[in-house]
Write a protein that binds this ligand. Sequence first.
Ligand code: IPE
Ligand code: IPE
Ligand code: MG
Ligand code: MG
Ligand code: MG
Length: 315
Amino acid sequence: MTHPPPTSRDRSESPQLNALAERIDSAIAASLAARPLGSALDDALAYAPLGAGKRLRPALVLLSARACGAAEEIALPAAVAIELVHCFSLVHDDLPAMDDDDLRRGRPTLHIRSGEATALLAGDALLVRAFGVLAAAPLPGDVTARLCHELAEATTHMIEGQMLDTVGGVPAHLPPAEQLRLIHGGKTGALIRAACRMGGIAAGAGEEAIAALDRYGRAVGMLFQVVDDLIDETQTSDHVGKRTGKDRDRGRLTWPGALGLEETRRVIASLLEQAQSAAFELRAASASEDPDQDSAGKAASDLSALARDMASRTR
Ligand code: IPE
Ligand code: IPE
Ligand code: MG
Ligand code: MG
Ligand code: MG
């Protein structure tokens, strides 16, 4: 079965993301086609990642690699791998036992469309495929091993965050903002931070550049979830393409719920400043290492602009 192509409605408000989305989609489609699993599972496997989604994490991989002076192609397997893990996390996040959501990326969630058992198994298959894609990447063995390690660590951290968010277990003595940092640094921050680091690793970047990418990724990762909470509180389901207004009903700890809208906006502004200053440091760090400064400098500016777009996004 074929799936509808992404419409401009499905895509993000960020020109940086939209410019890379098609290339990323083709690479994802190729990685899924490389190992058929039988029609029902193939169909479910393709439905989740293809056809929509902002592609933030793979775009971060590609821009980070470019900002470290590498050609984008080198980082494409890492970009595909991280998006497949992200899609697995969304499929499972939407299940009745988790957030019980029926709308994702403007379409029925996978379990609504294909049933819970298929959604569970498709999620499992996406996760395994992610590591298969990395293992088959045409990169030196030590780089591949490092990328696998980064992705495994980040995925584990994401799962820990999902556990805290969904089931509980955050130390109650921590102030609310600390509790939020703990939950969100895991469930959302870990993969976004890893996306930036993996771009640098695929590019063979030095430690200084990777450290700047790490700071950028941490700030954008947290910023992204603070804005996600804000969107849940302030936007309509129609506009966003997923159910909104549910965090509060579910009793979830969120930034607007704990700190109010005004303070939430201040947190976003401060994280944006941190991300942009890290992008600036990255530019300085790769200047000494990079023979092709223009393209690397442009990618660092794109990272800065992308952080700004993620801070002001409404879906
Ligand atoms: C949604 O992520 C889940 C969170 C971690 C907040 P995105 O907002 O990046 O979802 P897509 O990939 O664009 O659908
Ligand atoms: C989901 O967080 C994070 C992961 C899928 C790992 P949310 O539950 O807030 O994401 P949405 O709002 O459903 O996209
Ligand atoms: Mg959730
Ligand atoms: Mg959810
Ligand atoms: Mg949310």
